[in-house]
Ligand binder design. Structure first.
Ligand SMILES: [Zn+2]
Length: 63
């Protein structure tokens, strides 16, 4: 059974597999597999690495 998702525009509940909201016809943003979690986690990882690198450079840079 597919998951139920809430429409980002009108809040209606509909099937995750649907390409668009049946209530307001807005395109569904739950179609791409792994987009919600994988993409954000990878972004956070890169952001953390960038923050640490910036911190190290700030500490080690001659004043
Ligand atoms: Zn909708």
């Amino acid at each position: 059974m597919a998951n139920q998702v809430h429409c980002l525009y009108c809040g209606a509940k509909f099937d995750e597999d649907l390409p668009a909201c049946p209530d307001c016809a807005a395109p569904s943003h739950f179609q791409q597999k792994g987009f919600r979690f994988g993409g954000r986690r990878r972004f956070l990882l890169w952001f953390a690495a960038f923050a640490i690198a910036t911190l190290l450079v700030a500490v080690w840079l001659p004043r």
